[in-house]
Design a protein. Sequence first.
Length: 366
Amino acid sequence: MIVGLVNTIAFFAGCLSLLLSAGQLWVKKRRLENYNLAALFLCMGVILLQLSFLSDGTTRRYPEIMLFHLVFLYLITPLLYFAYHLVVLNEDSLPRWQMGLLLLPTFIVLMIDIAFLFMTPCERWIVSAFIFGGTASPVVIFFRALFIGAALQILVYLSMLFRKLLALWKVGDQPPVAFITMLYIILSIIGDVVLSLGYIFSSMEILRAGMLMVSVMLIASHLVGQRHPKFLQMLLTETSKKRYERSMLQGLDLKELGRRLKVLMEHERKYADESITLGGLARALSITPHQLSEFLNERYQTNFRSFINRYRIGEAERILVEEPESSILSIAYVIGFNSKTTFFRAFEKQTGMRPQEYRKLKLRKN
């Protein structure tokens, strides 16, 4: 009876998570935070549903679906990393090489997952044996290691996130929202540890305990969000305030810093470098990335990526009108974007219209 109740709670939490994921995509004015949350909820939903199938024996009857959630386990890590950059560092993009490195394990596991589908039914049954207490063959140990690696990877990133947020919120000076957030992360770490132990010892009982913890936390999060819909905004506000509570700009000539930044952007056209990063621009100014981030936030009320895009889109507006023969794609590459999609998104965000519409409107007026 207890096992059935746990399975029902996990199944309900998984379905709820999928609905929450869809809800984030239903928002009219979607931001990167919405897409990131949608992806995280999708991963949690698939993982909880799969764990409930493991618990009730569905995967015993259909072993081909046993590894379906593995790729989602590995996808959580880069999503957490990106969430940290969005919320704590106020950066809305990562260098392509860094994003590629983060997604590499997920891609490798996806290939393994696809290969698993091409195994014979007998081979799939052998691989699935580890979760049901079968004989540990080298293949089984390999797949078990994949599950353990995913759980440990999530554990490391949750621990890093906890440490970073703890550094922002000093002991004795936390707002109530900070305590709730810290408690949530601590419980997430405990839940992940329990799931890791379940995979290590191939214990369905331990997996069910971890599954129940994660399910209850997800349902509780939804209830908190319903009762306090501005909780996430409070978290973002408090994080931003704490981040710059102790200014790193003391001792700097801010007027001179602003002048040098203007020279780099307007004369040396640093924004046109598609590989430009916060760290790279900070080095050109002989300051730290944190100092530059704080300077942009305090002086221009923006983050690094939005600041760069402001110059890029300004240049694009000029080229669209003065060089009507230039293609949209060539303009995107000239001003520093590495894809047409990214350029369109940034242009529409700043001007409220697509590049083609902007060009037609301006040329018609002229």
